[in-house]
Ligand binder design. Structure first.
Ligand SMILES: Cc1cc2nc3c(=O)[nH]c(=O)nc-3n(C[C@H](O)[C@H](O)[C@H](O)COP(=O)(O)O)c2cc1C
Length: 195
């Protein structure tokens, strides 16, 4: 199959002055330079989804109507994606509530698609990502093995919150490795979904 993989990069920090914008911008550029991806960027701050409050579990909603314009628009973007990179900070050893809210708000659109994780923190955000992997399985997703874990992000920006020159350079190769693995899974699962 020669078609491009529709890759959505989901930024899961909505905090004022968030660090997450820097690795998000970088992995988007890395993916755009690689063959085979059509890259979209989904910023959960812009999506501004309502707090999950559906009376019916989204797992039972198959008519593309979640009863809310913002959720429907978000669902359209996820439906049109073949693969995801989820970018999460680690808050109190967990992933961001914005990501959990986005995950829970829809269901079938996530199914049978691969996801790779990029995180950051004192342990590279690994504790948050391990939790996300378990949740992804319940969404019938394929969480991939390779990830990007950025250590001590607070050392990588200056006093104005700007990324220090070259601070993320060492993560370019891990980003490529994760995207290559994601591409393999995306092609396999896209074929399987279409057959
Ligand atoms: C509420 C809160 C809880 C945090 N808890 C953790 C933590 O458990 N582990 C960790 O490594 N960093 C923790 N941090 C530090 C974050 O890694 C750091 O602030 C990072 O920049 C957050 O990502 P963001 O700027 O994209 O929101 C915490 C930060 C906040 C604001």
């Amino acid at each position: 199959m020669s078609e491009k993989i529709n890759l959505s990069i989901i930024l899961g920090s909505v905090r004022i002055g968030r660090f997450g914008e820097w690795p998000a911008k970088m992995i988007k550029e890395v993916a755009e330079k690689m063959e085979g991806f059509e890259v979209s960027f989904i910023d959960l701050k812009e999506e501004n989804l309502p707090n999950f409050e559906s009376a019916v579990s989204p797992a039972y909603i198959t008519n593309k109507d979640y009863g809310n314009e913002k959720i429907n628009s978000f669902a359209d973007k996820i439906r049109g994606s073949d693969a995801f990179v989820m970018i999460s900070p680690e808050y109190n050893h967990g992933y961001s509530s914005a990501i959990k809210n986005a995950i829970d708000s829809i269901y079938v659109e996530w199914n049978n698609k691969p996801v790779g994780f990029l995180s950051y923190g004192s342990a590279g955000g690994a504790r948050a990502v391990e939790q996300l992997r378990e949740v992804a399985v319940e969404l019938q997703m394929a969480p991939i093995r390779n990830g990007v874990h950025i250590m001590s992000p607070w050392n990588l920006t200056d006093e104005k919150g700007q990324l220090k020159s070259g601070a993320l350079d060492e993560y370019e190769k891990p980003m490529q490795n994760m995207l290559e693995q994601l591409s393999w899974w995306a092609k396999a699962l896209k074929n399987a979904r279409n057959s």
